[in-house]
Design a protein around this ligand. Structure first.
Ligand SMILES: *Cc1c(COP(=O)(O)O)cnc(C)c1O
Length: 409
């Protein structure tokens, strides 16, 4: 809605208004008469005459129809909405998955002979991108402990082209000092990207904290209904120019049908995250008092590791957190998870339904220690919960009967 552009709106309002340009939300001759943009399925661009065809390349500008691969008003509305949610951003590119967005963003900033620093708590496919594809392109990847600023400074001094952050880590949930890491990297002339999937596009203003851009797996919070795969990279003008060129050369596009689903999810993002956060906090507090639990990994929780940085830098929370069991018996953990009735067992997260997943972050790290300092090193059996929109009292009752089943050896 162009009328509201430039106003200092809160995220809960912006998710409702952003991207609803009258020319994208109307019927012919009546702009702005429909709430959401139509699903514009389109490949071919028809030209008026030969002269217009010869002028065709001039229409490869954002917001002009060029060819289906460059999107239609449905995808543009989603891009504009995501850009509007990230202060300091100039534009957004869409990708068929979150992993594709990570790949598109990294390929936009690294060059053969360059060094990429990836946080040690990064999502596993991000690590594989560095040690796999990028390696074959002559990029060297090094991992760093996100909580050790001095070691990071030393690595940066050895030369760096780009830094990739993730906060909190989506398995281990430690929160790094984003502005401090970004400032060190920026001083060395490096690009700084962050996987923003945990906070989502409303929960962290990463560019204001010093990053050049953010990557979001829209599959998670924005889709919100476990029926969509999509990713986005949002950046400053300098980064966006690179993202756009790389995505065009790689032929990345998402379908208008999927873009419409993502936009629909986005409109209720704020209220879903609010509810998930409140439920997750109630469940995390309950777990912290349980005798079966060694430690709760939830930076939203008062007094938990990372809470102070989370409170300082993040605007919102979400339903994803973890805990470590006291038991060293993997079968006991399996009994607990298998006994859960309201929690599905599965990867992914951010849907309306709750999920549980056994985790062992140690196997996806190379420099930062696991379990974290202060936790008995023999306790390595983790569980990750994605709290959905069910009533938290029912979820707690379900976890309680799961623990009873676990103890029934
Ligand atoms: C799921 C996830 C991704 C990848 O998203 P997909 O759409 O599943 O490819 C990236 N980063 C994080 C932190 C994730 O949890």
């Amino acid at each position: 809605m162009a009328k509201t552009d430039g106003k200092n709106l809160k995220p809960g309002t912006r998710v409702v208004t952003a991207g609803r340009r009258p020319e994208w939300t109307g019927i012919p001759g009546q702009p702005g008469r429909v709430v959401s943009p139509a699903v514009w399925r389109a490949s071919t661009h028809l030209y008026e005459d030969s002269a217009a065809l010869a002028d065709g390349p001039k229409t490869n500008e954002d917001g002009q129809f060029f060819y289906g691969r460059r999107g239609s008003p449905t995808q543009w509305a989603l891009c504009e909405a995501l850009t509007a949610l990230e202060p300091g951003a100039h534009g957004t590119m869409l990708y068929p998955s979150g992993v594709a967005a990570i790949a598109g963003a990294l390929l936009s900033v690294v060059r053969p002979g360059g060094t990429l620093l990836i946080t040690d708590n990064a999502y596993d496919p991000t690590r594989s991108m560095g040690t796999g594809l990028l390696k074959t392109f002559g990029v060297e990847t090094k991992f760093f402990d996100p909580l050790d600023l001095d070691a990071f400074r030393t690595l940066v001094a050895q030369g760096v082209q780009a830094v990739f952050l993730e906060a909190p880590g989506s398995l281990s949930f430690e929160v790094c000092d984003i502005p401090a890491l970004a400032a060190i990297a920026k001083d060395a002339g490096a690009w700084v990207l962050i996987d923003n999937t945990w906070p989502g596009p409303t929960g962290l203003h990463a560019i204001e904290l010093g990053c050049d851009g953010t990557v979001n797996a829209l599959t998670k919070h924005v889709g919100g209904h476990s029926d969509l795969m999509m990713g986005a990279a949002t950046g400053t003008e300098r980064l966006y120019r690179r993202l756009r060129r790389t995505a065009q050369q790689m032929g990345q596009v998402v379908s208008p049908d999927d873009a419409a689903l993502a936009l629909r999810g986005l409109r209720t993002l704020d209220v879903r995250l609010e509810r998930e956060t409140q439920s997750a906090l109630a469940i995390a507090r309950w777990l912290a008092d349980r005798p079966e639990v060694e430690t709760v990994l939830c930076p939203m929780l008062e007094g938990a590791p990372g809470h102070e940085l989370w409170k300082r830098d993040f605007i919102g929370g979400c339903g994803l957190f973890g805990f470590v069991l006291k038991t060293r018996d993997a079968d006991a953990r399996a009994r607990f998870i298998d006994a859960l009735d309201l929690f599905g067992i599965g990867y992914s997260w951010g849907g309306f339904e709750s999920l549980a997943l056994p985790t062992n972050p140690a196997k996806d790290r190379s420099v930062a220690s696991w379990p974290p300092p202060g936790v008995d090193p023999a306790c390595t059996l983790g569980v990750r919960l994605s709290i959905g929109l069910e009533d938290p009292a029912d979820l707690i009752a379900d976890l309680e009967q799961g623990f009873a089943e676990m103890e029934r050896a």
